[in-house]
Design a protein. Structure first.
Length: 185
């Protein structure tokens, strides 16, 4: 098993990726904000340039711009400092909200209201946000309310994923995995 890359190694890798044509970078984990120098790495990424090629009116248009930046978090370590950083660096923030009533059952922590408050604060600061909802057997019944609560609190987009067991999730596959009818629902 190799050791975690240093901040300098990450900054160099990000620069090389952008030079090679990567136009979007997502910082995730586990919980990406557990890394003490994460914001330094993201800031370095915000100073890189990449060649973006877009289709505009049926033509390919080339532009040089910084990469699109995304930070994925469970929301626990998102504070005003992180939100202000995202705002000033154009970082799009995604936070997990696996349910309202079932939040603690999914995460082991209280906090659905805390995540909703962070969506509201992000909106105040002009941070583009996405709510990530992993749909499971135990939160399916509250999916519509969870999406509505996140959007009303300030989330700009919703990303739905169905629970796919792997890693630690294998131990909970029976309890969380959707059956065929639930997937269709």
């Amino acid at each position: 098993r190799l050791p975690e890359m240093s901040g300098e190694q990450w900054r160099k890798a990000v620069a090389e990726l952008c030079e090679a044509g990567v136009t979007s970078l997502a910082f995730t984990g586990g919980e990406a904000l557990l890394r003490p120098d994460l914001l330094d790495i993201v800031e370095a990424a915000s100073q890189c340039s990449a060649e973006h090629i877009d289709t505009v009116d049926g033509r390919l248009v080339r532009r040089i711009a910084r990469p699109d930046l995304y930070l994925l978090s469970n929301g626990r370590l998102v504070d005003d400092r992180v939100l202000r950083f995202c705002s000033s660096h154009g970082v799009r923030l995604s936070m997990s909200l696996p349910g309202l009533e079932t939040f603690e059952e999914h995460t082991g922590f209280e906090g659905a209201d805390m995540v909703l408050e962070k969506f509201a604060r992000a909106r105040e600061l002009g941070v583009s946000t996405t709510v990530n909802i992993t749909v499971t057997r135990i939160n399916l019944y509250e999916l519509e309310r969870t999406m509505a609560a996140a959007l009303l609190s300030g989330a700009d987009q919703v990303l739905l994923n169905r629970f796919l067991p792997g890693g630690r999730g294998l131990a909970n596959a029976r309890r969380l995995a959707l059956d065929h009818d639930q997937i269709r629902e």
